[in-house]
Design a protein around this ligand. Structure first.
Ligand SMILES: [Mg+2]
Length: 180
């Protein structure tokens, strides 16, 4: 377990060196090792068996180090996202994690990009900044997503992003530690 601790520490250290204070994380095939297609018919318990331990570690460690987290997802099943976050960090911490999905509970009125996850990220930042947090910008944000299109849209818009390889989840912490 020692190497795993080092991997998470190295990745958080790298984020802090770069001034990153916000992680926007995809849900299907990223936090989860399955794609729910927004139509999960199983229980929350069953879904919890699909949460990747890399993200349990990363989300927990990030919040401890004051790096804010949001989930940006195309699913409309927000109650499952909330349930997963509560299972990972507990209800109190989970309440501090904005969720932006396709549930029509939010809209982004700003002038920024609407491609991929960009409006989802911008709207989550609006919520975090309302609660008086440190200034979050594109250069202090990292999107983590298994869909290359979303990564492309983020990078084109000047937002840091890391493609998450769903077949090689163990690369996540290494890739974060090497982020430039
Ligand atoms: Mg995905």
């Amino acid at each position: 377990m020692a190497t795993r601790t080092n991997a998470i520490e190295s990745s958080i250290n790298r984020l802090q060196e770069l001034g990153v204070n916000f992680l926007a994380i995809d849900f299907d095939m990223t936090i989860l090792d399955t794609h729910t297609g927004g139509r999960w018919v199983g229980s929350l318990e069953e879904l919890l068996g699909h949460v990747r331990h890399e993200f349990k570690q990363l989300i927990t460690a990030s919040l401890q180090k004051n790096i804010r987290v949001a989930v940006v997802t195309f699913t409309a099943q927000i109650s499952f996202v909330k349930g997963v976050l509560e299972a990972i960090v507990g209800p109190e911490e989970a309440a501090r994690i904005p969720i932006r999905g396709n549930d029509r509970t939010w809209s982004y009125q700003g002038n920024g990009s609407r491609d991929g996850k960009q409006a989802y990220i911008a709207s989550a930042v609006e919520e975090l900044e309302q609660s008086g947090d440190a200034k979050i910008t594109k250069s202090t944000t990292v999107l983590i997503d298994d869909d290359r299109r979303n990564i492309h849209h983020a990078l084109s818009d000047g937002t840091r992003a890391i493609w998450f390889n769903p077949d090689k989840p163990h690369h996540l912490l290494r890739d974060l530690a090497r982020l430039v």
